[in-house]
Design a protein around this ligand. Structure first.
Ligand SMILES: [Fe+2]
Ligand SMILES: [Fe+2]
Length: 180
């Protein structure tokens, strides 16, 4: 799993081209999220299988991790195949982008933001059922690894969603409006 995302996130993204920001999100956050949603669900299943009796919360953790992974995979795909290419095209044409199937860029952005909200709610529930990822004294290596992996995914998703919700999306809307 990659651990590089925090250190390189400090660029002044309000000023950089949107194409560079899209590239950065894809190369760091999307790569990392794909690794996490491939490795964490089987690990959560393993931990539930081993510790379900002594630690019933591992059943809920397993269910939530699978749901989060199931939600995030199509989310990444929609950004990569629909929204991000449209934003890159908007920038290339100075806001006068080619016709899209979704009308204004506000529509897919609204959908992506609703999905961010849903992912955030799952993370909040995970933190609640694990009491802030507090390990029981008898936690094995897999138990430690799933809590460490989820803590890292939570931090990475917060930075990822911040870049999209607060920088990329508002700037894309502004660019579309300016191009009229
Ligand atoms: Fe994303
Ligand atoms: Fe997103």
């Amino acid at each position: 799993m990659s651990f590089q995302t925090a250190a390189v996130a400090e660029r002044a993204w309000e000023k950089e081209p949107l194409t560079a920001l899209v590239r950065f999100i894809l190369d760091t956050h999307h790569v990392y999220t794909r690794e996490a949603i491939a490795s964490l669900p089987p690990l959560a299943t393993k931990v539930h299988g081993r510790h379900g009796e002594a630690h019933p919360e591992t059943r809920r953790v397993e269910a939530l991790v699978h749901r989060l992974a199931g939600d995030l995979a199509p989310h990444l795909q929609k950004e990569e195949q629909i929204l991000f290419p449209y934003i890159v095209a908007l920038e290339e044409t100075g806001g006068r982008s080619a016709a899209s199937c979704f009308g204004t860029v506000r529509n897919p952005i609204r959908m992506m933001m609703a999905e961010h909200e849903a992912a955030g709610e799952i993370l909040v529930e995970l933190r609640a059922v694990t009491v802030g990822y507090t390990l029981p004294p008898d936690a094995c290596t897999s138990f430690q690894a799933i809590y460490a992996g989820l803590t890292q995914l939570e931090g990475d998703l917060h930075r990822h969603i911040h870049l999209e919700n607060n920088i990329l999306f508002p700037r894309a809307i502004e660019m579309e409006e300016a191009g009229g």
